[in-house]
Design a protein around this ligand. Structure first.
Ligand SMILES: [Zn+2]
Length: 132
């Protein structure tokens, strides 16, 4: 019940981050990609999004969350990563726009400790179920 009452606020709070993800919708649709809604998030896959996830990040990603937008190379990648990515959706709902610098700082501190910038990032560890 409480979660339902806070729903509009969570979408609004995460919206600055969601806007970044929405920027990929048109290029993806114009290059043969698709869009659908799953669990209250917009899933964007194929086309330009596949190129973005393969070539434009520090590591190749099968899927990625940007606010209430979940990017995937294809539908299968989204199906496999959905639980993980929705942990990130909830993180975005908690942190709002602060998720961007917080995520970057967590990667930096993980690297400074001698860990991996991705696998030892606290947000990723939570999404992988490692910090419970
Ligand atoms: Zn992740």
């Amino acid at each position: 019940m409480r979660r339902a009452l806070t729903l509009p606020f969570r979408y609004l709070w995460a919206f600055p981050v969601t806007l970044l993800g929405l920027a990929l919708v048109l290029p993806t649709l114009l290059t043969g990609g698709r869009v659908r809604i799953e669990r209250g998030a917009l899933e964007v896959y194929g086309g330009f999004t596949r190129f973005f996830l393969r070539r434009c990040l520090a590591i190749t990603a099968s899927a990625m969350c940007i606010g209430h937008v979940v990017l995937g190379q294809d539908r299968e990648c989204l199906d496999q990563a959905r639980d993980h990515e929705h942990v990130h959706v909830r993180q975005c709902e908690r942190w709002g726009a602060f998720i961007v610098p917080a995520y970057a700082l967590s990667s930096f501190f993980a690297w400074r400790r001698g860990g991996h910038f991705y696998y030892d990032n606290r947000f990723e560890r939570e999404a992988y179920g490692l910090d419970r």
